[in-house]
Ligand binder design. Structure first.
Ligand code: PHE
Length: 452
């Protein structure tokens, strides 16, 4: 389909904020600090950095390129770019379709907690630096089935409402305003956290590595986080790539997004770990960490209630950018392959997620006993998507580009038909996606899943 017939991003800035809006989300503010805390700090951070640069970035570049070349949804794109007869490649797109629903099913729940915290912050209920009080407030929220479900549905209705408006009027218009605001607020928060007594201990935890904590599972988790953070291996970047203008410099844009996303995660880490140690919290507290630390940091500063409210508001907003990009994967497939209207496709997707999300929302209350491999629905969806579906999608995309698509086509599309002088860079990307990335993902995954 010609570019002009489809909706798409309208400017280079729009591309940058929408893509960054997809990358930046609860992954930075909720997942990154809790995983870094639970997996020993700086050693994990180094593994995460290596995975992001050596595997994440090259996958992001080629995935986006495939989308822009095919100008279609995740499934149809593989049909378009694969050689005749090789229909199986579109399986990658369908895997992404499934992964996006699984991610949304638990992501919308965490976003729901954030929304609830906006009101808790306003009411002063969570204005405490006492780990016990903070813990009780969080447990009270997640173990309440009605509250959990209601908040999840609020989030789904809101995001469904925006996605209906399409790419330029929905996604681009919303993310333009939100991404810059989030940066400013994180800086304020870091300033406060760094001036707390005990801040150096937190920084040491984040920046001086202790390699004794590193196990195959920790390495797999770091790689999974790199995929989750950059929204890779499941069709989001491919679908967004299909909305990029023809003259967008893909390697430059994706590198910027990667760096900005990394900065947000590091800022979140710097805001959180000094406070963890200053107030005597447990760095390995897991998913609840952020919901206890952030109130503590704000409570201890002047104007805390206002800043705390704004912070949760912005986190809620950041989660919207990510969720819109997740929703766009199934919505685009339903519209383009089944001729559905955008409104109908959005509604069907939201309903499917609400259903799939039910056991996740109730996994700390009514459905806590429903477990598979020892994981409740919430943890299972997270594990399955981040540690299995996304990395496997990544391997397959690499194998496709490295062994089927080939260097000449890659050069043509990543240099915008020769307009950009970036040949050595493209060759580097090609080597990474042909050999290094698929091999390392496979070894890490097999080791982490104890299959090797
Ligand atoms: N990157 C998002 C985050 O960090 C999550 C996400 C994953 C978004 C996959 C889209 C696709 O919060």
């Amino acid at each position: 389909m010609a570019q002009s017939d489809r909706d798409g991003f309208t400017s280079a800035f729009g591309v940058l904020v929408a893509t960054l809006g997809s990358a930046v989300g609860l992954g930075n503010i909720w997942k990154f600090p809790s995983l870094t805390g639970a997996n020993g700090g700086a050693g994990f951070l180094l593994l995460y950095l290596a995975s992001t640069v050596l595997v994440g970035l090259p996958v992001m570049i080629v995935e986006t390129m495939l989308g822009r070349t095919a100008r279609a949804n995740a499934v149809t794109s593989f049909e378009t770019v694969a050689p005749d007869g090789q229909w199986w490649w579109k399986g990658i797109g369908w895997m992404g379709f499934a992964a996006s629903l699984f991610i949304l099913a638990f992501y919308s729940e965490v976003a729901g907690w954030v929304y609830a915290y906006i009101f808790k912050a306003m009411s002063g209920e969570i204005a405490t630096v006492d780990p016990k009080v903070a813990g009780r407030a969080f447990d009270g929220l997640v173990s309440d089935p009605v509250g959990s479900l209601t908040w999840q549905w609020v989030v789904l209705v809101l995001c469904g409402g925006i996605i209906m408006f399409g790419v330029s009027k929905g996604i681009e218009a919303v993310t333009r305003k939100l991404v810059p605001l989030l940066f400013i607020l994180l800086l304020v928060l870091c300033g406060r956290s760094l001036t707390l007594p005990g801040a150096t201990q937190g920084l040491a935890f984040l920046f001086s590595p202790d390699f004794s904590k590193i196990t195959p599972v920790v390495i797999m988790t770091a790689l999974g986080l790199a995929f989750f953070k950059l929204s890779l291996g499941m069709g989001t970047m491919l679908t967004y790539g299909s909305y990029f203008p023809d003259d967008q410099n893909i390697p430059a844009t994706t590198t910027r997004v990667m760096l900005a996303d990394l900065s947000v995660s590091l800022l979140a880490g710097i805001a959180i770990f000094p406070a963890v140690f200053a107030f005597g919290f447990e760095p390995a507290a897991g998913p609840s960490l952020v919901f206890m630390i952030i109130p503590a940091v704000f409570t201890s500063m002047p104007g805390g209630t206002v800043f705390m409210t704004i912070f949760f508001l912005l986190t809620a907003i950041a989660s919207i950018g990510a969720m819109l990009s997740l929703l766009e994967v199934p919505v685009a497939v339903l519209c383009e392959r089944y001729g559905m209207k955008r409104g109908t496709a959005s509604l069907c997707t939201i309903l499917a997620i609400a259903l799939l999300g039910l056991p996740a929302a109730l996994s700390h209350s009514a459905a806590a006993h429903l477990t598979l491999f020892g994981l409740n629905a919430f943890d299972l969806y997270d594990f399955l998507s981040s540690n299995v579906l996304m990395p496997v999608g990544g391997i397959l995309i690499c194998l496709f580009v490295g062994w089927v698509y080939g260097l000449p086509e890659l050069e043509r599309h990543l240099s915008n038909n020769g307009d950009l002088r970036n040949r050595p860079l493209i060759r580097g990307v090609f080597l990474l996606v042909r050999y290094i990335a698929p091999l390392s993902i496979a070894v890490i995954l097999l080791n982490g899943l104890k299959l090797l």
